[in-house]
Design a protein. Structure first.
Length: 487
């Protein structure tokens, strides 16, 4: 193919991949991402706080520059126009579009350049952190890729036409998620250092490097204000090497291990073949940045500010690693091989969509049980993992199913993510919660006081016996029971 045909082929494939990434989001009412119901419940409270005295009695809105606000800042205002389910779909769709756009911008650092590797990297948004429902983090990574891609294109220009949008985007990255902003800071610093020591021809004037500092001024002030009002580092703990190995594959992990392995292996094999045939080159600057991120992953603690701290480095590291492999002109066999790769990842998308419809059927049945709960009640949730059960991954999204009661009838569950320094919504009263994994049965039993119901999934007979002493079953399914507590 000539250059014009390659350009048309690229954008056709990019549009096809973007569609493959977006379609699963709209096939189900709520994509079964583990933490998503919890986030949506908080968004519902924020959107309806002024009109619901029950929410005002139990929660307080905190106006702080918390670097973890993506869904709160975007989905909550959307509920003024759309229902919360549509607002969620629009938020997730925007996240996917930004991620794909970011890969495209970094893949073609100069306007008009393209690299087919960027299309392949876009599939990585459906990775382990996404399925766990870390939506603020993933949105932040998507925005980081866009901002970094634009910075690479505009870094030689100092006019306000380019600087002001970058300042705004950098602050948006900070508000979306702290880790994404840290990655952006590392990326900007590293590229400047790389050019100074390794690629002198790309060195920039000092005035441009100083101008980069303006991108971090407002986030730095906001972060200092955040830390002085409620932020804290918390516990620091390192992951095991086996845990690191499992986390490293998280960038490709979905529901079917063998299909994920096949996709990863096929991608690696095609890139190796393209390099051997001379049809692929490396963007050494981006490759070095990706390897730096992987090194940081190996050295980083598992818990720092939040859980899975090291795991969060994997997604941008692999995205940049794939994007650094540049092949913009496909010819001969490489066209067919790339088509096979896109088809294989699209099959993976189809399997994800199929799994989601299965999980959604279970989720719908579970949420119907919540109809027995009286409006504006307090519900204590108990969720017991299936452990090594092969179906545990598809059952895991049910852990937060109880929070649909907040959306359905303005109820309250103490496992809601509403903690000072982490969310813009905090508990005014109540919120005492302990999981069974704490191995302290007396603790969670004490926490039942003040609640109206108990929602229990996969509870043991001992737990059920304790609840029988304190209430009456008002709804149940195969693994879920709801008790109305005696007053």
């Amino acid at each position: 193919m000539n250059a014009d045909q390659n350009r048309k082929y690229y954008y056709a494939v990019f549009a096809f991949v973007l569609g493959a990434l977006i379609v699963p989001l709209w096939l189900v009412e709520v994509p079964p991402l583990v933490d998503l119901p919890n986030h949506l419940a908080r968004v519902f409270v924020l959107a309806n706080y002024a009109d619901t005295p029950f929410f005002q009695e139990n929660f307080q809105i905190v106006y702080e520059p918390i670097p973890n606000l993506a869904i709160d800042l975007i989905a909550a205002p959307l509920t003024k126009v759309f229902d919360i389910w549509t607002a969620n779909h629009l938020f997730l769709t925007l996240m996917v579009i930004l991620f794909a756009l970011g890969c495209h911008l970094i893949g073609g650092r100069k306007s008009g350049n393209r690299s087919f590797s960027a299309v392949s990297a876009a599939f990585l948004i459906y990775s382990g952190t996404f399925f766990y429902g870390y939506v603020n983090y993933v949105f932040g990574i998507a925005l980081f890729l866009v901002t970094f891609g634009l910075w690479l294109r505009w870094r030689g220009k100092l006019s306000f036409k380019y600087l002001l949008p970058l300042v705004g985007l950098a602050f948006a990255v900070f508000l979306s998620h702290l880790s994404a902003f840290v990655f952006f800071g590392i990326a900007v610093f590293f590229v400047n250092v790389y050019d100074f020591f390794i690629d002198p021809a790309a060195r920039r004037r000092w005035i441009l490097i100083i101008a980069d500092g303006t991108l971090f001024l407002l986030p730095a002030i906001s972060f200092l204000a955040f830390m002085s009002s409620g932020g804290n580092v918390g516990t620091v703990r390192w992951n095991s090497w086996s845990g690191k190995a499992i986390a490293l594959f998280g960038a490709f992990r979905s529901y079917d291990l063998w299909l994920d392995l096949l996709c990863a292996a096929t991608l690696a094999a095609i890139l190796f073949w393209l390099k051997r045939c001379g049809q692929m080159t490396f963007d050494r600057r981006i490759l070095s940045l990706a390897l730096l991120f992987l090194l940081i992953f190996l050295l980083a603690p598992n818990i720092f500010f939040t859980g899975d701290a090291d795991v969060r480095i994997v997604l941008p590291a692999f995205a940049l690693l794939i994007i650094s492999c540049r092949f913009s002109n496909l010819t001969g066999k490489s066209i067919a091989l790339f088509a096979v790769l896109i088809c294989l990842f699209s099959v993976r998308q189809g399997v994800i969509a199929y799994r989601w419809t299965q999980i959604s059927e279970k989720m719908t049945a579970e949420t119907k049980l919540l109809d027995v709960i009286a409006p504006q009640s307090k519900i204590y949730p108990i969720f017991v993992s299936d452990g090594d059960n092969p179906n545990e991954k598809t059952a895991r999204p049910l852990i937060n199913a109880v929070h649909y009661a907040t959306i359905k009838n303005s109820s309250f569950a103490p496992s809601l993510f509403a903690f000072r320094g982490q969310q813009p919504l905090i508990f005014r009263q109540g919120g005492e919660y302990a999981t069974l994994e704490n191995k302290d049965q007396t603790k969670w039993l004490r926490n039942l006081a003040g609640n109206d119901y108990v929602w229990a999934y996969n509870a043991s007979q001992n737990v059920s016996d304790e609840l029988e002493k304190r209430g009456t079953i008002v709804a149940e399914s195969e693994k879920t029971r709801i008790w109305k507590l005696n007053k």
